[in-house]
Design a protein around this ligand. Structure first.
Ligand code: ZN
Ligand code: ZN
Length: 241
């Protein structure tokens, strides 16, 4: 785990044969109002929480979990982590909050074949990813949390309720699986995904002034070249119609 900027911490995912999403913790030290973004894959809760404590962060200060989206590699260890921070609220975009509360796991697993494989491999029961959502997020909101302001951007396409979190002051973007380093983007062939929507979401992100890109997987980028997301959108446009 490392500190990326003031009030932004990074815990690298530990990929297995399924990827484990990166986890971020945001909020000013001393605010006692930290947010954990994207827990990660099943079985990674212990590693993620130990990494957080090793940074000198008191788990008591984590008051909420925010999901960039509810795919399995991001929400898999949500229950494990909540056992250690039972008071933490769960915030999810409105579009994915309903299915999560109803136990509709189509977005979590994304594909039927993947679902049966994962359920067998990890001994998961149907309904394992049913959660009460404390707050349903919407695009355009400004969250004043942990002494910082984070804008919620609804950026569907990879999944229907994908959000990005953006600190305009720090020029930090946490885009979930919508855009990665090296001109890569999230896949758009799973349940609720949509290529043209993903294209529009990339164009929405391209308008932001981003210096630090903190995606859900792979490399993080600390000095993002200007125009990087616009160029990514341009390269992918032919495939997103
Ligand atoms: Zn995803
Ligand atoms: Zn992911």
């Amino acid at each position: 785990m490392s500190q990326i900027a003031e009030g932004v911490y990074f815990i690298e995912g530990q990929d297995e044969f399924i990827p484990d999403s990166h986890t971020y913790v945001v909020g000013r030290p001393g605010s006692q109002d930290l947010s954990l973004i994207d827990p990660g894959l099943m079985g990674k809760g212990k590693y993620k929480m130990e990494s957080i404590e090793n940074m000198g962060i008191d788990p008591k200060d984590i008051t909420r979990i925010i999901m960039t989206h509810t795919h399995l590699d991001h929400i898999g260890c949500c229950a494990e982590i909540r056992e250690q921070i039972r008071w933490a609220e769960l915030w999810v975009h409105d579009t994915e909050a309903g299915p999560l509360e109803e136990g509709d796991e189509r977005t979590v697993y994304g594909m039927e074949m993947f679902q049966s494989m994962c359920m067998m491999q990890y001994n998961l029961k149907p309904g394992a990813f049913t959660f009460y959502v404390d707050r349903r997020l919407e695009g355009g909101e400004n969250l004043d949390i942990g002494g910082m302001t984070w804008e919620v951007l609804h950026i569907p396409g990879h999944s229907p309720g994908s959000i990005g979190l953006y600190s305009r002051l720090e020029k930090v973007l946490i885009p979930g699986d919508v855009v990665y380093a090296d001109y890569a983007i999230g896949r758009f062939d799973m349940h609720g995904a949509n290529g043209p929507e993903l294209g529009n979401s990339l164009l929405q992100l391209a308008k932001l002034d981003v210096n630090i890109l903190l995606p859900g997987h792979n490399r993080i980028v600390k000095e993002l070249p200007s125009g990087y997301i616009a160029e990514t959108a341009r390269r992918w446009a032919p495939y997103l119609t």
